[in-house]
Unconditional design. Structure first.
Length: 71
């Protein structure tokens, strides 16, 4: 199954936590972070990044269902 990663640029504060957890999935791009790919194979680190994002700017979905951030 593939997952979709999205970062809301209105919420992102470029803390770098996502890029620190998964540098092959996220990058800092000026004042915001961005996913390196919109779709990825299942990767727990994407969920971890969504969980630790201080701005709650990262959303991970599978088949339209929100997987992360986790409650």
């Amino acid at each position: 199954m593939t997952w979709e990663i999205e970062i809301d640029p209105q919420l992102c504060m470029a803390s770098g936590s996502c890029a620190a957890i998964a540098p092959d999935l996220f990058a800092l791009d000026g004042a915001h972070a961005r996913p390196l790919r919109d779709r990825i194979e299942e990767d727990e680190r994407a969920l971890d990044a969504a969980d630790v994002c201080p701005a709650m700017a990262i959303t991970v979905r599978a088949a339209g269902e929100v997987l992360g951030p986790r409650p």
